[in-house]
Design a protein around this ligand. Structure first.
Ligand code: B12
Length: 494
């Protein structure tokens, strides 16, 4: 089904300002707003993007644009709550609150929040910022429904809506997708004209594209598993249409926005096959996140033939006990088989590890690192500690003891004025925080393929937030996933 937006009547359209609050560099295009902007146009609204990413004086720019547009609604996307790295205390919440305040200065229209950072703590962030409404889940399906419900004063009927009531702030559960919603998400043909994508590509090195939403894994520390987002798949033909629109803009390097591209396997294969059938496999380069436990040789081959250049596997740990604690389904043998499969291809492999979660010991951490090195992925990225987000399984388990943990064990962050854990708080087993980290840093000196969650000023850092070396390399023409670019840079300087 090719939906032609121009057939929709333009009378009585209400306008919505869509604000991108993400100012991190290298810049990532606001793909969530781009998608929902196109679908609400089809549902009869006029979207206007106000992108704060490239504006030095964002307040002045926001005031000017809002005064020009006079929107009926204001939507703000909030992608990152923080950098999710224990070495960084940065929170993006104060910026979000400032944006809400500037909007309120200029306009009395309802302010609506959404995005992956917002969905981490929807009620708490609504309260903190003073915005009027929020939405969790798929905005492609949900935004127009929410706008209609706000207009008709029945927001309590809208799945995923966040709103104030006499009982306090309510977060409506997400409902399984109904048939009309499914049709829109599955078959919408995006042209990706809302944001300045050539600029994002020139300064960000790749452009995001989603082939599905949701994740069926239940990792205990992860914000996505706490959300229970129903899995919805996009029709491969609509993905091809989008890839071609992006190619027409000169964009040929992509990062998939799926939580795990290979779940479910049949859909991943169908997407690759469609790219191959369309003859795009040698024209595009793409990168993806994947989960290690579900793979076969056929998918690896299809991924290579369809232009995949790198995969970031969320391995987290290879220690038996820690695998249980984090609720991971793979083990050393699974990874060994995986590497055998991928060594037959030219696809670069990264293992992302998380060390220092509750229960980690020096022994388990070193055993994970040793096993990972034995398996010889091209790059290993190590995150130290886990972010205790308000609603994850691991936080719920620790919640009662959190103040005690602060005084007795190695929690990083600040609990004062932070009861909802909105500001960054990390759990890092004390055994890992002491002599282990200096030892790891020493290891990275001789191993330029090992990266750590350190500030961007450190040589082995793999944070993508305001990483000037990475931004410079992209401006000089580097393209691809950031771990791939950083690895190439470090190997050159070895
Ligand atoms: C792909 C990805 C990346 C890629 C991006 C590639 C690209 N070109 O887009 C890369 C690897 C570069 C990356 C980098 C980072 N990422 Co990242 N990333 C993701 C991932 C997997 C998908 C995000 C995405 O684009 N989704 C697709 C779009 C379409 O969905 P969406 O943004 O959610 O928007 C939809 C809805 O939320 C809603 N919506 C959105 N906005 C609005 C607004 C309104 C008003 C409404 C009504 C609705 C609405 O509608 C949209 C359409 O359905 C998420 C995890 C996840 N599954 O969400 C992590 C995730 C967002 N990243 C995360 C992090 C931490 C980072 C980094 C900060 C890591 C670091 N330290 O460097 C950087 C930040 C980079 C930056 N400049 O912002 C965390 C954020 C957690 C947190 N603490 O805030 C997440 C949630 C992963 C996790 N589980 O921890 N990331």
């Amino acid at each position: 089904m090719k939906i032609n937006v121009f057939h929709v009547s333009i009378v009585k359209r209400k306008s919505i300002a869509l604000i991108n609050s993400n100012r991190i560099h290298p810049p990532i295009s606001p793909v969530g707003l781009e998608y929902l902007g196109e679908t609400i146009l089809y549902r009869g609204y006029n979207p206007f993007l106000i992108d704060l990413c490239f504006e030095n004086d964002w307040q002045a720019y926001l005031r000017k644009r809002l005064s020009e547009i006079h929107p009926d609604y204001i939507g703000i996307t909030f992608r990152n709550l923080d950098e999710a790295m224990s070495s960084s205390e940065t929170s993006f919440l104060p910026l979000l609150k400032d944006i809400v305040n500037v909007c309120r200065e200029i306009s009395q229209s309802p302010i609506i929040l959404g995005g992956s950072g917002y969905a981490i703590a929807p009620a708490e962030i609504l309260k903190y910022t003073g915005a009027n409404f929020g939405l969790i889940g798929n905005g492609v399906n949900g935004t127009a429904t929410l706008l209609e419900c706000i207009g008709n004063n029945c927001v309590q009927k809208c799945p995923g809506a966040v709103y104030r009531s006499d009982e306090g702030i309510c977060v409506n559960p997400l409902s399984p997708l109904n048939s009309e919603d499914t049709q829109v998400y599955n078959k919408f043909y995006y042209s990706r004209n809302l944001a300045n994508l050539p600029k994002y590509f020139a300064e960000g090195g790749q452009i995001g594209i989603e082939t599905k939403r949701g994740c069926s894994n239940k990792c205990t520390y992860c914000v996505e598993s706490s959300l229970e987002v129903p899995i919805s798949l996009r029709n491969p033909k609509s993905i091809i249409h989008e890839l071609k629109s992006l190619l027409n803009k000169g964009i040929d390097v992509f990062h998939l926005c799926d939580s795990e591209f290979n779940l479910p396997l049949h859909h991943a294969k169908a997407v690759c096959q469609e790219i191959i059938n369309e003859g795009l496999g040698n024209t595009i380069k793409w990168y993806a996140y994947c989960t290690p436990e579900v793979f076969d040789e056929e998918l690896a081959e299809l991924m290579e033939k369809s232009g995949c250049h790198g995969i970031n596997f969320c391995v987290d740990t290879i220690d038996e006990e820690m695998l249980d604690i984090l609720n991971k389904k793979h083990n050393y043998d699974t990874l060994s088989l995986l590497m055998k499969i991928f060594r037959k291809t030219k696809i670069s492999i990264m293992f992302d590890l998380i060390l220092g979660a509750p229960g980690e010991t020096k022994e388990s951490a070193w055993s994970t690192i040793d096993k990972a090195m034995e398996l010889k992925p091209d790059v290993i990225g190590i995150s130290l500690g886990i972010r205790l987000y308000p609603h994850t399984q691991i936080t719920k388990r620790l919640k009662a003891q959190i103040s005690q943990l602060f005084s007795e064990r190695g929690l990083i962050g600040n609990l004062v004025d932070n009861p909802d854990l909105l500001l960054p708080v990390f759990y890092l087993e004390p055994e890992i925080s002491n002599e282990f980290i200096p030892q790891l840093k020493t290891l990275t000196q001789s191993m330029p393929n090992i990266f750590l969650s350190l500030p961007p000023t450190e040589k082995a850092s793999y944070t993508y937030c305001d990483n000037t070396e990475l931004s410079e390399a992209i401006k000089q023409g580097a393209r691809g996933a950031y771990w791939h670019i950083l690895h190439q840079l470090r190997s050159k300087h070895k």
